[in-house]
Design a protein around this ligand. Structure first.
Ligand SMILES: Cc1ncc(COP(=O)(O)O)c(C=O)c1O
Length: 356
């Protein structure tokens, strides 16, 4: 039986997608083999990859000026690959440090050149998003890096900031959970394993204009241009195949405006439950609350341990918060059904009635 899954990542996948995948194993179409066993240069895989890229373009309403890449190495590799490609010699890059992953991105960039924090919310354990009006942005920076959703703390940017440098965004934990104002971006990257597929592929959207800056002396595998031009080496075939299916599921649901409405509704009802009494306490500032990762605490660590263990017994999985925040984290990615949120709220009501 499938239980209610609030995993922060790899996260829940749509059940319909898993069943479709099962149908297509061990034989895909009339190929006489599964998709795991065919050449990445075969017509079948070429179609799968093109189809997934077109779905992303359709969902985001973008054209060929955006290259869509499926890379390996995780979002963590992007921490290194972005500055390597786009910073240039003696040029600095700016970072808005709103979480542990954002801090890692800055640290990696500093290993290979100049990078600085234009703003940070580390002073309050990343419980807020600093107002963009107060950022110390270097207008000459090669780019400004933001993390649109902070998976650990549970905060999210309400909108894309307007700044002079082009924006590079780590959207790992909210990619395709709502429409994106692409105009302000130069590059967006996202590990697939939270909102759009399984682990193993990182989606990179890079604007053609930005790609021109790419440095040709780079190792070939690290150069975005290599991957934008042609299929360079074996891509994460199975991950791309599943991403295509999740994207089809998303389009059938009505696309990004429709999923945003659902995600808003799921998060709003959970936050409303948290706020209804003093028993549960949200851990971040209300104006920065994430719709993807809802973090909250109970009155004591003892109660938190009981909550987790009883929740698990009731079929509510993976609610333990990150150790740096403590308490609970419910991740409500696209594929987390509304019924799971309702089940969590009902459990929270019962738990408070009995222990509050
Ligand atoms: C916002 C964010 N960025 C980066 C990462 C690192 O991703 P990966 O494990 O794919 O390298 C994560 C992982 O949880 C994340 O949440």
């Amino acid at each position: 039986m499938r239980l209610h899954n609030f995993s922060a990542g790899p996260g829940a996948l749509p059940e319909a997608v898993l069943l479709e995948m099962k149908e297509e194993l061990p034989v895909y179409g009339d190929l006489g083999a599964s998709v795991l066993e065919i050449s990445h240069r075969s017509a079948a895989y070429t179609q799968i990859e093109q189809d997934a890229k077109e779905r992303i373009r359709r969902l985001l309403k973008i054209g060929d000026e955006w290259h869509v890449l499926f890379l390996q190495g995780g979002a963590s590799m992007q921490f290194h690959q972005v500055p390597l490609n786009f910073r240039g010699e003696n040029v600095s890059a700016d970072y808005v440090v709103t979480g542990r992953w954002a801090a890692s991105a800055l640290k990696e960039a500093q290993r290979t050149g100049m990078a600085r924090a234009a703003a940070s919310s580390e002073d309050q354990n990343f419980a807020y998003i600093p107002a963009s009006s107060a950022w110390d942005v270097d207008p000459e920076a090669a780019y400004l890096h933001i993390t649109s959703n902070n998976t650990v703390a549970g905060t999210q940017f309400a909108e894309v900031p307007r700044v002079a440098p082009p924006i590079v965004c780590d959207a790992s934990s909210d990619f395709l959970s709502r429409p994106i104002d692409m105009a302000n971006h130069a590059l967006i990257y996202a590990g697939a394993q939270k909102n759009i597929g399984p682990a193993g592929a990182t989606v990179v959207l890079v604007h053609d204009r930005f790609l021109q800056r790419s440095n040709e002396s780079l190792p070939v595998i690290m150069d975005y241009g290599t991957h934008a031009k042609k299929l360079h080496n074996t891509p994460p075939v199975f991950a791309v195949y599943l991403i295509g299916k999740v994207l089809a599921w998303l389009e059938a649901k009505g696309g990004l405006a429709a999923i945003e409405e659902i995600n808003e509704r799921k998060a709003a009802k959970l936050y409303a439950r948290i706020d209804r009494t003093d028993f549960y306490r949200g851990t971040v500032r209300k104006d920065a609350r994430s719709r993807m990762n809802v973090t909250f605490r109970l009155p004591s660590e003892d109660l938190e341990a009981r909550f987790l263990s009883e929740a698990q017994d009731q079929g509510l999985l993976a609610l333990k918060g990150h150790r740096s925040v403590g308490g609970m984290r419910a991740s409500l990615y696209n594929a987390c059904p509304e019924e799971s949120v309702d089940a969590l709220i009902a459990f929270m009501d019962d738990f408070e009635r009995e222990r509050g």
